[in-house]
Design a protein around this ligand. Structure first.
Ligand code: F6R
Length: 616
């Protein structure tokens, strides 16, 4: 989603802003822009449709005709179009007719049509189609001679979720940041008296040493070197916290893509998640980690998430129902309010989110909180909105996930959810022998993940995944992921991953259901991935395999041994059948990655997608 970055005083602002935007690129965007200002409010705007690299070309050209070092503050933005097309005109910052107010905005102003109609009836002329443009127009209309007062007058007129940065020619040494529903951080470097705003802490690595996470409804007013934070017009005290620059540093190391690096990090991440939460020697779980889960007699659990997080919720709903006897249901956040979901005070709502900023999930969370029902979060980003709003939670500890397609966060979610299953199961109906067997096997999963990763070697021409399977898949226009029973969520996740990074259409389908319709699509150019593990479904899966092959379809089996009947096999180590999702996931991530790689796709930033979906 859109990204904001701003810098105030006293170094040349352009390279800092450009670098900030590069670090925000992973969030997804379709145009980029920056505006830099001198102490005397001379402004220079550079806009580009497309990548930040296009913007950099324009900056280079500006350098040849202008001295950019005199511009010592500025604001910058990556935009993902919602209102108005992808044009230079629609890139931010938006300004009023007389260029007295500049506004950068993430989010959506929901009543923009009504506000625009009112302003137009007063002869105001808008130059573009964005909802943002209404904000500088209102600032100009209600200008009191004081920027803070004027902003306070305008904010109640705006409906929706947003993060804003506002600058004005009337007071060049001031800048105002407002957070309401979209992420916005303020950061500073006290020694050098430099100040920053950003949508994302990671963009600040190496620039600022302290950070303030603004809460919803808060406004930060920076005037020269002083800043105040107000909420509902009351001044509040908020001490900055240390920004851990090393943890923030996002580097691909030697990997060609962030996604590949993140896939390879997973065994280490799983060990990190388990550390301090499980004592394998004594087969116990550490109580403090599960605070908020143990003392309530929940009758139902509803898991809410989107995309990959929803698929993790589906895995958990299966675990929970089979191992604890508690009724559990996964719900897609964007559909939650459209359905009549039976729920009450005896229902625990668990919110799953990597970013913690997904607007669809936040909307449901707010709805639940208004009714005082209990909430629990499994979130990766510690300071995020969902992490802050949920009553209790478990942090994923997956570290920064930069690749738009979620990989290590999914594994992190599964790991946290599996621990919660064991925790709840022990207190409900799980047999001690099952608990011990699962915990024992869980300990071995990181090593088994490493075994799968070792089979994938980009430099090895003979690698099966690399050379044969992915080149077969890449010529397909559609494919199937066939599943039975508990494998459904993993097939859904697999299909999602393949779609988003390779752009090949795929469908997760129950293998036994093929003959009721989809068999009509099977032909030599329709590959099917079939999860064929050594379990109670094995012989039925072999029948499905024959059914597909009889229509000249190709089978890529995920199996515990080479499967002679299949055209291709990806072998994964044996494990307890309930823990198989951890291993199947790794194999499917590698296959999707390799297919997208062979097709030359932009793997870390697939078209039309954003890392953090902060609009509904
Ligand atoms: C898929 C993917 C998305 C996200 C979804 C929810 O690879 O990344 O489907 O899973 O947008 O995002 P979070 O987990 O941040 O709430």
């Amino acid at each position: 989603m859109c990204g904001i970055f701003a810098y105030q005083w006293h170094k040349p602002a352009t390279p800092i802003l450009e670098h900030g935007l590069q670090r925000l690129e992973y969030r997804g965007y379709d145009s980029a822009w920056l505006a830099v200002f001198t102490d005397q409010w001379q402004a220079l705007l550079v806009r580009a449709v497309g990548k930040v690299s296009e913007l950099s070309k324009k900056i280079e050209w500006q350098k040849s005709i202008t001295d950019l070092t005199v511009y010592t503050s500025g604001i910058a933005h990556t935009r993902r179009a919602t209102h108005g097309g992808v044009t230079e005109e629609n890139t931010h910052p938006h300004h009023d007719t007389d260029h007295h107010f500049y506004v950068v905005h993430n989010g959506i102003i929901e009543n923009q049509r009504k506000l625009k109609d009112e302003l137009e009836s007063e002869w105001y002329v808008f130059y573009g189609q964005t909802d943002t443009e209404v904000i500088p127009a209102l600032l100009a209309k209600y200008w009191t001679g004081d920027l803070y007062q004027t902003v306070q007058k305008v904010l109640p007129l705006l409906h929706g979720a947003y993060a804003l940065l506002i600058k004005s020619s009337y007071c060049p040494d001031e800048i105002i940041g407002v957070k309401r529903g979209s992420p916005l951080l303020f950061a500073l470097h006290p020694e050098t008296q430099e100040f920053f705003f950003s949508s994302d802490a990671q963009a600040l690595a190496g620039y600022a040493s302290q950070i303030i996470y603004l809460d919803d409804g808060e406004l930060l007013h920076l005037k020269n070197k002083e800043y105040t934070i107000t909420s509902e017009k009351w001044i509040i005290q908020r001490n900055p916290t240390t920004l851990d620059v090393w943890a923030m540093e996002a580097s691909k190391w030697d990997y060609e893509h962030f996604m590949l690096k993140e896939i390879f990090e997973q065994s280490a991440i799983m060990r990190r998640i388990l550390m301090g939460r499980v004592d394998f020697a004594h087969k116990t779980l550490m109580a403090e980690a599960f605070h908020g889960m143990h003392d309530e007699a929940y009758e139902r659990i509803v898991l809410v998430g989107c995309g990959t997080s929803y698929n993790a919720a589906l895995v958990w709903a299966y675990w929970i129902e089979h191992l604890t006897g508690i009724s559990a249901k996964a719900e897609i956040a964007s559909e939650y309010l459209n359905k009549l979901i039976p729920t009450d005070v005896k229902t625990l709502h668990i919110f799953l989110s990597q970013s913690g900023e997904t607007a669809d999930s936040i909307e449901v969370l707010k709805y639940i909180k208004e009714r005082w029902w209990k909430t629990f979060g499994i979130v990766n980003v510690v300071w995020s909105t969902i992490a802050q709003l949920t009553d209790h939670g478990l942090f994923m500890r997956a570290g920064y996930e930069i690749g738009v397609a979620s990989t290590k966060a999914f594994l992190g979610q599964l790991t946290c959810l599996f621990l919660l299953t064991l925790w709840l199961g022990k207190r409900r109906s799980m047999a001690l022998s099952t608990y011990n067997a699962l915990l024992e096997e869980l300990q071995h999963i990181p090593n088994k993940i490493d075994q799968i990763l070792q089979t994938f070697d980009l430099s090895q021409e003979q690698d099966t995944i690399r050379t044969h399977i992915s080149s077969h898949i890449q010529s397909a226009s559609t494919m199937f992921y066939l599943w039975r029973g508990r494998e459904y969520p993993i097939a859904c996740e697999w299909s999602l991953k393949m779609k988003e990074i390779s752009y090949i259409h795929s469908e997760a389908y129950p293998a036994g259901e093929l003959k009721h319709g989809p068999l009509a699509l099977i032909q030599s150019t329709t590959p099917s991935c079939l999860i064929t593990l050594d379990d109670e479904f094995f012989s039925q899966n072999i029948s499905s395999l024959a059914e597909v092959q009889a229509r000249k379809g190709t089978i890529i089996a995920i199996a515990n041994d080479q499967l002679p009947q299949a055209e291709y096999t990806i072998v994964i180590p044996r494990t307890h059948s309930l823990l198989a999702p951890f291993l199947v996931t790794i194999a499917m991530q590698l296959l999707s990655y390799q297919t997208a790689y062979s097709l030359g796709r932009e793997i870390d930033k697939p078209r039309n997608l954003a890392k953090s979906v902060t609009v509904k």
